[in-house]
Design a protein around this ligand. Sequence first.
Ligand code: HPA
Length: 270
Amino acid sequence: MYQKLKTCLESVRAKTDFQPAAGLVLGSGLGDYADGIKVIQTIDYAEIEGFPRSTVKGHKGRFVFGRVGTVPVVIMQGRVHYYEGYPMSDVVLPVRLMGLLGIKTLVLTNAAGGINPDFRPGDFMMITDHITTGVPSPLIGANPNPLGPRFPDMSEVYSKRLQQVIRTCAEECAISLKEGVYVQLTGPNYETPAEIRMCRGWGGDAVGMSTACEAMAARHMGLEVCGISCITNLAAGLSQVQLDHKEVQETADRVSGDFKKLITAVIEKL
Ligand code: HPA
């Protein structure tokens, strides 16, 4: 795994010497954020030797290097999901690669189903913590010491400092912000109503198929992490309608203006 990561790093470094300070991962329906920033260079995942590629419709697969305000960023336009069949070590490889490119801060976004009965489609939820009982740890396997310790602490995966930054930015942008615990399950199927009741019993507020594993890999490397979910739908059993990917994308598209505003404000204040 570490060798593969280093090969990817060499491949990227052969194409750019850009030094990003922050990394941003764009979730479903939010992929066009990168089109609105000052782009300096893009690298398609396909151009990176050994890099896993996403197969999901609506996910572009490339790194965008550029600036948000004065902050040099690398944006992942399209992520790799566990349900696509990759091993977890491949799912988190892009985040680790951004770590090796020099980012200090990681901003994660996603689309998620709302479990908390106070949540409505179109809400934003700042992630305060997560539950990954539904997926294998991305840290299973030999531990490359240069990346981080064998038994890393996970008591503050989502930085309290960054949580305060996000709250302040949401307030300044007059964007309503919910907070809660994100539960990662494998997908690709949506959950059953019984599974959603279980997630609620665990203490979850939103459910999705990404993000938490990336946050763990980033924390393992000592990066400062934050995350925002776009609640695109009520989770299974909480409404009468059946779940589909189209609804998820439509809601994400509908609120993408506010989402972009919030993300920009957060990055400028990192
Ligand atoms: N469940 C899991 N993942 C999701 C959902 C959901 O309801 N909505 C968006 N991503």
